[in-house]
Design a protein around this ligand. Sequence first.
Ligand code: VG1
Ligand code: CO
Length: 542
Amino acid sequence: MIKTIETTPYADQKPGTSGLRKRVTVYQQPNYVENYIQAIFDSLEGFEGQTLVIGGDGRYYNDVAIQKAIKIAAANGFGRVLVGQGGLLSTPAASHVIRHHKAFGGLVLSASHNPGGPDGDFGIKYNVSNGGPAPEKITDAVYERTKVITSYKIVEAGDVDLSRLGTQQVGGMTVEVIDPVADYAGLMETLFDFEAIRALFASGFRMKFDALHAITGPYATEILEGRLGAPKGTVVNGVPSPDFGGGHPDPNLVYCKDLYDELMSADGPDFGAASDGDGDRNLIIGKGRFVTPSDSLALLAANAHLAPGYKAGIMGIARSMPTSAAADRVAEKLGIEMHETPTGWKFFGNLLDAGRVTICGEESAGTGSNHVREKDGLWAVLLWLNILAVRKQSINDIVTEHWATYGRNYYTRHDYEEVDAGIAGQLMEDLRASLPSLPGKSFDEVRIVYADDFTYTDPVDGSVSGKQGVRIGFEDGSRIVVRLSGTGTVGATLRLYLESYEAVGGRHDLETQTALGSLIETAETLTHIKKRTGRSEPSVIT
Ligand code: VG1
Ligand code: CO
């Protein structure tokens, strides 16, 4: 029985960088989930009888939201829902399931690297038929719809048993509960040389993968320990928990400090890795060497041909604007296209669909390829393993050789979290207003050559996205970027990105914060972030 329920709009359902992320308590308001999902369906056309994929990272409220989503999908006329067992699907696996089963789209329920639990965050993101996050054209339409919505449709039915594999019926729609890992693991086997990686583990190579009590646990356990023969215990914190074991599922050096310390010790493992809440980010640490995400993108692009899935070479590389230019040097050497896009994976979709790029990455620990339309944490780990199995060198050697060939882009990001939104907004406005006066000025005897607010014109469909972050570039290739986060749920988060280039033959062994010391000071002079926020230090340095 389909029921139409009257509702009133919420004013705050504007999707950010990656879907609608809010506190769980916000989502628990009457009809909050229902309004948003109905607004998504109202903004789409032609899904009658089609397949919708639903899955999430298992965080608190996942189960409640999924039952609602299934019943609203049935009432709106979808023909079939594919849902991961237990409601689980990592973000890259959801992307693959959408593509593999030719679904119309999918709902990915996650707040990614944000903490979970009753006081944590929740999120809903809509992905389109290519498996990628909906483009701005759709997210803008959804937001407009949420502001005027007056009713939603839902079937009256009992809950679906998400623990049972196989098909069930909900109000005339088929719901198929699928193994969340199988399709994805199968895809990985087509891309990488599992035999070579098996031999690497058999030779005594030791690895530690920290799933941070989040979604990659089942995937990493099946693939690394199950199919690749890594010793039991290689995967730690491998059982997803609704509040991520009370932790912060963000794979950076702050929240993975223990893993980092282990890798820096002489008797630690050869390789350390971690992924975030929804499985699309990656942290890569070799013995004695942390690999920055920007460097990792460049290294993976330069070595991808060593894996079977990329043996014909890559078509091009894309990186988000704040990501360091290390990958640009690889593209130049390979003679392939290089693209600079705004922050957020949705901007890579068109380039990947058009076959113009094969590998994409962001400084925020996101790397991926044309195998899906999301960034993919475990994919990056497996590509690293494949490269290590072929090159038979340590990560440290591979990284330092790379710098010797291409030069080194020193890079860091300073986050100021939960800043007063008014102060942060005003700071950005004032900074923007100061931009025209900056070119030509010198700091530490280095001249500013450009200062702008990044505008992206999509080379495939011509769509234009403005105000994507302030960038100030210097004549020696160094760069300061400032933007406001679009994934936070409390106040505002200011992100300051700093980069400098040390050419081939230069000093490649400096500590990052030291190497960037004078640029960090210049950034404060130009932005007054510390002064205006009253913070003496960033909340997180990555
Ligand atoms: C952040 C990152 C961005 C990433 C986004 C989603 O966005 O900077 O690179 O694509 O999170 O990642 P923002 O707007 O807060 O800077 V995930 O793993 O949270 O889906
Ligand atoms: Co994520």
